[in-house]
Design a protein around this ligand. Structure first.
Ligand code: ADP
Ligand code: MG
Length: 488
């Protein structure tokens, strides 16, 4: 009788706490733009690290030859080779392999982890067909996608600041990750050159830009979440190096660590954070990304099981296990369109051994998924609009239009618009390259996100295009290896 009523009451309260009306989203947009600015001015000036990547030119299509990429970032590890044929040939041929990262390596030693990567790379190279060819005298050049915060000292060196996303290989922190991989390769008796060390967002940006000159921003929504974008180098006041010739610098925001008092924090976020490997850090990521969304749902269900008995008198013990509900299962339940919600029933049974739920209870489970999916997607949208605002491409610039004749006119309405990016194109289009399993597979998430971007931008949304750039990060790293190679 009252199970459902009590559960509904918990649901309503939770929905209220998660609410992201446009007014609140706009505050998040502004906070993002403000924090970006602060993070560029001084080191430690914001929770947004705003890391200079030393990438000051992006692929333009002229890249030629055979290049490799290695991608370590979350759930899977990938190796890739690509034969590039310049403007005419473009991507002549590419091959990649993907392996799951053995979980024990995520908590082991640096040498074990980098030996594993090196071994996969070496064996991948050994299995190369004759249709892939190096130039005469060319060594194997690699783009290394490493999707954790790194303090770069050059385009191909940098030290790990800290781990995220469930990794904790303590002796790697503070190490040069390029040198570590290089040692792993050499231990196997091979010689290759790591030409570029790139964050996955930067790889996605490069991969997107290779095909489309309007790509200015890249966002990852996968196991974790992050974004990067093209900034005017002179705006990066904390950067002490030489201003690059291009006048541009790609900035890895590490937006997963963004925080603002305007974010709708609930009991779920508090519990999840306290029990995480990095408490107090990466609060934005913990509300948005694939590693955490399913666990947020689980925590609400635990409350409903404990306080309303929705799964019977005993709480199923597996339900109390952290991360037992994976985000793909959450999205499966969310997308259940059968009248009796049999997919929800199937997932609850398979994952938790829960049987005999009523349709009413299953409906509540779907609503919990919907609430958290919507919150995450709308916050991601606000983040994107915050970047657009920072670079003056949110359509709110001085003339009330993003079309303008003077490329360097100041588009400043509120102090946080900077001058327009150097290669601002005349038709005013801006493309955001997206990648990551969450964005790719979780349709409701994608829909909620796009809808919120349009709501936030209004008219300005006509010039903003959000495009899936699938596996762009792998290709992008190889492209950056090509443009930073020793031999051409
Ligand atoms: P990574 O971020 O580890 O490099 P991916 O970009 O492939 O890898 O993203 C994998 C993540 O995407 C998974 O951890 C999962 O959270 C999320 N994901 C994968 N498939 C789905 C799905 N069907 N629905 C929702 N999320 C998914
Ligand atoms: Mg990835």
């Amino acid at each position: 009788r009252s199970q459902k009523t009590t559960a509904r009451k918990i649901l309503l309260e939770f929905q209220e706490a998660c609410d992201t009306p446009l007014s609140r989203l706009r505050q998040v947009v502004d906070a993002m733009a403000v924090e970006m600015h602060a993070g560029l001015v001084s080191e430690g000036g914001s929770k947004l690290k705003m890391l200079p990547t030393f990438v000051d030119r992006l692929p333009d299509g002229n890249e030629k030859g055979l290049y490799y990429a290695v991608d370590l970032g979350g759930t899977n590890f990938r190796v890739l080779r690509v034969q590039l044929g310049g403007l005419e040939g473009r991507v002549i041929k590419q091959e990649y392999e993907e392996v799951a990262i053995p979980p024990e390596l995520m908590l082991g030693t640096s040498q074990e982890l980098f030996d594993f990567i090196a071994a996969e790379l070496v064996s991948f190279v050994a299995r190369e067909g004759d249709d892939f060819r190096l130039h005469e005298g060319q060594s194997r050049e690699i783009g290394f996608t490493f999707s954790f915060p790194v303090k770069q000292t050059a385009v191909n060196s940098g030290t790990l600041i800290h781990w995220t996303k469930g990794f904790k290989v303590n002796d790697a922190v503070g190490q040069d990750v390029v040198a570590a991989l290089q040692r792993g390769i050499e231990r196997r008796g091979h010689k290759m050159r790591i030409a570029a060390l790139v964050n996955d967002t930067v790889g996605t940006l490069a991969g997107g830009r290779y095909w489309n000159n309007d790509v200015m921003i890249a966002v990852i929504l996968g196991t974790g979440t992050n974004a990067c974008y093209v900034e005017r180098a002179e705006n990066v006041s904390k950067f002490t190096g030489e201003i690059p010739e291009s006048g541009q610098m790609v900035i890895n925001m590490e937006w997963g660590n963004f925080w603002s008092s305007h974010l709708p924090r609930t009991f779920v976020d508090e519990l999840l954070d306290n029990e995480s490997l990095n408490p107090g850090e990466y609060g934005f990521e913990k509300m948005i990304s694939g590693m955490y969304l399913g666990d947020c749902v689980r925590r609400v269900l635990v409350k409903m099981a404990q306080e309303a008995g929705i799964f019977g008198t005993n709480v199923p013990h597996k339900l109390l296990e952290a991360f037992s509900l994976r985000t793909p299962d959450m999205s499966k339940m969310h997308h259940d369109d059968s009248s009796d919600l049999k997919v929800v029933a199937e997932v609850l049974k398979r994952v938790y051994g829960i049987q005999n739920t009523t349709v009413g209870i299953r409906k509540i489970v779907v609503e919990v998924c919907d609430t958290l999916c919507q919150r995450g997607a709308r916050l991601a949208a606000a983040g994107i609009v915050g970047i657009l605002k920072k670079i003056g491409r949110d359509g709110s610039t001085a003339n009330g239009s993003v079309r303008r004749n003077n490329m360097f006119e100041q588009g400043d309405m509120n102090g946080y618009h900077d001058e327009l990016p150097v290669n601002y194109t005349s038709d005013g289009r801006t493309v955001v390259a997206m990648d990551g399993g969450l964005y790719e597979h979780y349709i409701e998430f994608r829909n909620y996100m796009q809808e919120a971007v349009v709501d936030l931008l209004g008219e300005g949304s006509k010039n903003v295009f959000i495009e899936l750039s699938k596996d762009g990060s792998g290709i992008g790293a190889a492209l950056l290896a090509a443009s930073h190679a020793e031999h051409v």
